[in-house]
Design a protein around this ligand. Structure first.
Ligand code: ZN
Length: 501
């Protein structure tokens, strides 16, 4: 047996253990009774320790070295050469993390989850603050263990988005802000062009859920290899290409309806379902980074789901499915309301234009926390100041401030930037797709989503983690990650919607 084949056996076991842990995590967020927290924390801690130790074992290191020699002459972009390269990067990174730190992250995450839920329900940051101190401390330990010659935050970014660093993200964000702020002002001066109140009506959650399941299946989410459940914070999780699940949240009011959240998560799920079967049970069998993952969810949610042709196709069916609730609302009015720009407190409900500002706000606060310039107790005040500066809003209430997102329970920092990078990358990919699929809008208006789904499958999904975010974007668009296409997209869309020119 070759070293590469032996290495693949080890990696397959590690993948099985990690996906079993994912299943325990999914269960905790969906069906586990409240009493299960402590047992679940222990189980997740144990599974994380076993998979970590199996992966970083000296024997795996020796197999990796031998496999590197075996693939030395193999084509650089082949599955095997890429597998060895990615496994090497992961191994180098993970061997720097001590076992007790890996176990602590899994255990503390499970324990933090219900504390966050309680704190959010009561709108009381002080309840969550002790858990947040643990998150910051663990993130600092991770950054220190990974090590970096630059800033502490660089290590966390590199773990999430290999090839990027704090300075590159700061530069992209500052370009975005330069485009968003003046456009937002122009839009606000024409706010009367869109009537958001047409969404102030209620539809039974059951009707919304079944319609959202119908929509995501038609987009290309395979429900024979997936399912949709409810959770406090919607997410997508994969236990292998044959079982990729999404969750959503729903309230009767249409502004808090489930449709766009379901489309978003299905965007993630289609990516995971579309990875090449040849990569199964390897570290390549998943999306390449949170940023590229978000490019897929945000592309389907916004660039498709909030487009005119999408509603040309779905609006008549939506009106029937919602039992007459929208009988007096025309398609154009509905389309405009779905795209209304209005600065708000909650990221997941934010419009396309102000959404990135929510991400920048968290990025600034995380950097301050990690680099010790801000204490956990000061987070609500810092948040309020940023909300005022970025969004022009007065301080939020407890649940609409720093407690709104689940991410700080994981417990790690550095993941939020993927949400803004996702918008940027999604617009770049869509610009390329439009250049190749010249009838795309007509296809969408006819309910034919297969050409776009197929294009993404060919250019993005099937590669899994073979390429870094930069490499993938370069390969598909011929250019590196850059905010230009997103800036052109919002200028064009909102310029038209708000009749700015
Ligand atoms: Zn997402």
């Amino acid at each position: 047996m070759t070293a590469l084949a032996s290495l693949k056996e080890v990696l397959a076991e590690v993948s099985d253990l990690r996906q079993a842990a994912e299943l325990l995590g999914w269960d905790q967020e969906t069906y586990m009774p409240a009493g299960g927290v402590q047992d679940r924390a222990n189980q997740l801690g144990t599974l994380s320790r076993i998979s970590h130790e199996r992966f970083v074992a000296a024997g795996t290191g020796r197999l990796l070295e031998a496999a590197e020699s075996e693939v030395a002459g193999v084509a650089e972009d082949s599955d095997d050469a890429r597998l060895v390269r990615v496994a090497r990067r992961d191994w180098d990174q993970e061997t720097r993390l001590p076992s007790d730190l890996v176990v602590a992250m899994a255990r503390e995450g499970a324990i933090s989850r219900p504390v966050w839920q309680e704190a959010k329900a009561r709108g009381d940051w002080s309840l969550f603050a002790p858990r947040m101190r643990i998150t910051v401390e663990l993130a600092q330990r991770v950054a220190e263990a990974i090590g970096t010659t630059g800033r502490a935050y660089d290590a966390l970014i590199d773990m999430n988005e290999p090839g990027l660093d704090t300075a590159a993200v700061e530069q992209t964000f500052s370009q975005l802000r330069t485009a968003i702020v003046p456009l937002l002002r122009r839009v606000q001066a024409h706010a009367d062009r869109v009537d958001l109140s047409v969404l102030d009506r209620e539809v039974e959650p059951a009707k919304q859920l079944s319609f959202s399941a119908l929509v995501v299946e038609r987009l290309g989410y395979d429900l024979q290899r997936g399912r949709q459940d409810l959770s406090a914070h919607p997410f997508c999780t994969s236990f292998g290409m044959g079982d990729v699940r999404i969750t959503t949240r729903v309230k009767p009011g249409l502004r808090e309806g489930c449709l766009f959240s379901s489309i978003h998560e299905a965007g993630h799920a289609m990516y995971e379902q579309g990875v090449s079967r040849a990569l199964a049970r390897t570290p390549l069998a998943m999306g390449t980074s949170p940023g590229v993952h978000e490019s897929q969810s945000r592309l389907w949610e916004n660039l498709v789901g909030r487009s005119r042709p999408f509603w040309t196709h779905f609006y008549p069916e939506l009106k029937v499915a919602y039992g007459g609730a929208l009988d007096d609302v025309g398609e154009e009015e509905f389309y405009r309301a779905c795209n209304a720009v209005q600065p708000s407190y909650v990221r997941v409900d934010a419009d396309e234009l102000t959404y990135n500002l929510h991400v920048m706000l968290r990025f600034e606060i995380e950097k301050e926390l990690l680099e010790g310039r801000l204490s956990v107790d000061e987070v609500p005040q810092a948040w309020a100041a940023q909300v005022k500066e970025y969004l022009g809003l007065e301080p939020p209430n407890g649940a609409e401030g720093p407690l709104q997102d689940i991410h700080w329970t994981f417990p790690i920092l550095g993941g939020f930037i993927g949400y803004a990078l996702g918008n940027v990358i999604g617009a770049q990919l869509m610009e390329r797709a439009r250049a190749e699929l010249t009838a795309l809008d007509d296809q969408i208006a006819a309910g034919d989503f297969a050409p776009l789904h197929g294009w993404l499958g060919e250019h993005v999904y099937r590669h899994g983690r073979k390429f870094t975010p930069q490499e993938l974007v370069q390969k598909v668009t011929g250019r590196g990650i850059e905010p230009g296409p997103w800036m052109r997209y919002v200028e064009c869309k909102f310029g038209d919607l708000y009749e700015l020119n």
